[in-house]
Design a protein around this ligand. Structure first.
Ligand SMILES: O=P(O)(O)OC[C@H]1O[C@](O)(CO)[C@@H](O)[C@@H]1O
Length: 536
């Protein structure tokens, strides 16, 4: 049976059996309590944090205060000839603006990496006409602070006058970044301290960079406003409740777009779902499917979800033969709020605190140790042309086969591909997900490092202990210094990869590292090897 709840401009449909979960949440009066920002919904242990993390319930209203300030900054940018907008930020401080930018086709360049090739590319922009938005709630995230330093140095080296005029800082009041922003005479926009990173789409973090790049953010807020009125609705008229209930029916969520006007929402949902639920050995593994054409990769046990921008359940991609188990269709502003509500509600029966990310710190701490003391030596287990392998296996094929077999033999097993490379010039590596998914009968995820550390990285270490990990790193002769630090971006990226390897191995997770000694040849050789494995 298909159920559909359409309200507030958004429709959610599902073929899953959601009755029990809806009844449970409704009996708790959870939708109305969440609408009233009741911090006790997730149990006693979560209450204190929840009290400081529920501001997102009303940000579609409170964020309107930014509209005049943003209009003023845009005018001043225009007067100064500043046309390019670069955003430096990680996770919740960059994923929402990325979706808004892609959806509205805005000239917004996101830099959420430490890959030296990617950073060098961003630093070589036309700086005279560039504004860099530096976004960080904590104000202490190593990637973001390193990028801020590099951009300040690049503007200075380029002889740009009044460097502070080229920076807009978004951060929590009182953070170290606020002090740095003031010291460099940048425009500092205080964020709402009562909203966590992954729930901040409709706060200054989501809105300011998008608006500076030309988005009409009042429209996004209007869309969220229309939807907000439905959060406490009765079942049958409550899309977020239906979505929440559907999310509780599985432990893996495949997310694809239907091509109807929203681009890249899956990456934002991925962080929301992975960091909110992937802890205490449980949670929902998000699997972002690249295109609607790739949407055939449903795997046993995964909920196949399709999201789209049209108001009604939409087109299902050219190859869909059976209807998806879950669809969510509506404008972007409504989507943001709907998914935030649904994930917060789904966390109640899952028994997790949706506002913490207890296992993210571990890889960060390992990175700091490696940067200070150096990485432990690792002996390669094979060399295959431009690919050097580290792990148990003696050949590339055995290494890949071993990961797939381990994941297949594990209840709830999955393969996570983690590529510490440049998402642009090494973009072909992302095809590894699709290629492996073709020969695996388990979910296969893909993330660019270090970006995924702020998303699925939490699930990898805190969620169900069933992942098999393929880490891909790459050599480059290019490096950029991190000004004021004894390391460059190449060393930082390598330390982040090594730190995460260490965190995963300590947990006994199977992990293979493939180092591409020549990036593009290595990527091509890897894809060719996987395709060869697909031959009967
Ligand atoms: O905005 P910040 O504090 O730089 O954090 C960036 C991201 O890092 C995390 O705190 C942890 O990965 C995310 O939850 C967050 O979105």
């Amino acid at each position: 049976m298909t159920r559909m709840d359409a309200a507030g401009g958004l429709a959610a449909t599902t073929t899953l059996d959601v009755t029990t979960a809806i009844d449970m949440l409704w009996d708790l009066d959870a939708p109305r309590r969440l609408a009233a920002a009741d911090a006790t919904l997730w149990g006693a242990d979560a209450t204190d944090l929840a009290r400081t993390r529920l501001g997102w319930i009303t940000t579609h209203t409170t964020s309107r205060e930014f509209l005049p300030k943003i209009a003023q900054i845009r005018e001043s940018m225009r007067d100064k000839g500043l046309r390019n907008v670069i955003l430096a930020g990680m996770g919740g401080s960059s994923l929402a603006p990325e979706v808004i930018g892609k959806t509205l086709d805005l000239p917004l360049h996101i830099v959420d990496t430490t890959d030296p090739v990617a950073v060098a590319g961003a630093l070589s922009s036309d700086l005279d006409s560039t504004v860099v938005v530096v976004s960080s709630k904590s104000g202490s995230t190593i990637e973001t602070e390193s990028l801020r330093r590099a951009f300040v140095q690049a503007f200075t080296d380029a002889g740009v006058k009044n460097v502070g005029d080229h920076f807009v800082i978004v951060t929590d009041p009182g953070s170290p970044l606020e002090q740095l922003g003031k010291a460099m005479s940048a425009t500092v926009i205080p964020a709402d301290p009562n909203v966590g990173g992954r729930y901040s789409a409709l706060t200054a973090f989501g809105l300011v960079p998008a608006a500076l790049a030309g988005a009409d953010i009042a429209e996004l807020l209007d869309e969220a406003d229309d939807f907000a009125a439905t959060i406490g609705n009765e079942p049958g008229d409550n899309p977020a409740l239906l979505l929440a209930a559907a999310l509780t029916t599985g432990d893996t969520l495949s997310i694809g777009g239907d091509g109807s006007g929203i681009v890249g929402l899956g990456d934002w949902i991925e962080q929301l779902v992975a960091e909110s639920t992937g802890k205490n050995g449980t949670g929902i593994l998000p699997v972002v499917i690249e295109t609607s054409d790739a949407f055939g990769h449903t795997t046993p046990g995964a909920i196949d979800a399709v999201v789209g921008g049209s108001g009604m359940p939409g087109r299902l991609g050219s190859i869909a033969t059976t209807p998806p188990q879950l669809t969510v269709n509506g404008p972007l502003g409504a989507q943001f709020l709907c998914w935030e509500v649904a994930v917060a509600l789904a966390s109640i029966p899952l028994g997790v605190n949706p506002f913490d990310q207890p296992n993210v710190a571990e890889s960060k701490d390992n990175t700091a140790t490696i940067l200070a003391d150096g990485a432990p030596d690792e002996e390669p287990s094979f060399v295959d042309g431009p690919i050097t392998g580290y792990g148990e296996a003696d050949t590339l094929t055995d290494a890949l086969r071993g990961l797939l077999d381990t994941a297949t033999a594990t209840d709830g097993g999955y393969v996570a591909v983690m590529a510490y490379l440049d998402p642009h010039s090494d973009g072909a590596v992302a095809d590894v997900r699709r290629a492996l998914a073709d020969i695996a009968n388990v979910p296969v995820t893909f993330g660019w490092g270090p970006r995924f550390l702020h998303s699925t990285g939490q699930f990898h270490k805190g969620g169900r202990p069933t992942g098999a990990f393929l880490q891909i790193t790459g050599h480059t002769d290019r490096n950029c210094e991190v000004p004021g630090r004894p390391y460059g971006f190449a060393e930082l990226e390598a330390a982040q990869a090594a730190g995460d390897r260490d965190a995963l191995r300590r947990r006994g997770r199977p992990l293979v590292r493939l180092h591409l000694t020549e990036r593009s040849d290595g990527a091509a050789a890897l894809l060719a090897a996987i395709k060869e494995m697909a031959r009967p």
